[in-house]
Design a protein around this ligand. Structure first.
Ligand SMILES: [Zn+2]
Length: 153
């Protein structure tokens, strides 16, 4: 019998939860699943998702719940779950988007990308606003990073 995540939002599908199980089995960290708390954040605007190793938690930006963002939601969940898996497998000293994390994403069938170009995001993200922010702040990378912040400890 599969052990479900510690916290799983009702807004997310059972299929997605099955995907989380599959990825963790693939990565040989099935024991991680019942420790993971997944939450939807309405305040998260500068990143699509966030993973905390100390809390074993994954936060997802609420915009990902839009019906047009289903594929991206799956990728972001995989991206964040791979962070927790990489730390479980290799310890906390590895780089967040280093080779260990990349190989987990590749094994799950995703290109290991740490950022997503604003122009390729579904319309529900309001790309025009994102572009304006990019120009004003003169940042080279998109502000729609999949993850940037980590809770250290
Ligand atoms: Zn990341």
């Amino acid at each position: 019998m599969m052990t479900h995540p510690k916290v799983w939002p009702k807004e997310l599908s059972c299929e997605l939860r099955d995907d989380l199980h599959s990825w963790c089995a693939l990565w040989n960290v099935s024991t991680l699943v019942p420790e993971i708390s997944v939450t939807i954040s309405r305040r998260m605007t500068s990143s699509l998702g966030r993973a905390s190793y100390t809390r074993q938690s994954i936060g997802l930006q609420h915009t990902l719940l839009d019906p047009t963002a289903t594929e991206l939601l799956r990728e972001v969940l995989c991206h964040e779950a791979a962070h927790l898996a990489a730390y479980r497998l290799h310890g906390k000293t590895i780089r967040p988007h280093g080779s260990q994390w990349k190989s987990l994403l590749s094994a799950a069938g995703y290109p290991p990308r740490a950022t997503i170009a604003a122009a390729t995001l579904p319309a529900c993200f309001g790309v025009r606003r994102a572009r304006r922010v990019v120009k004003r702040r003169k940042v080279r990378r998109s502000p729609w990073k999949v993850i940037t912040r980590w809770i250290r400890g």
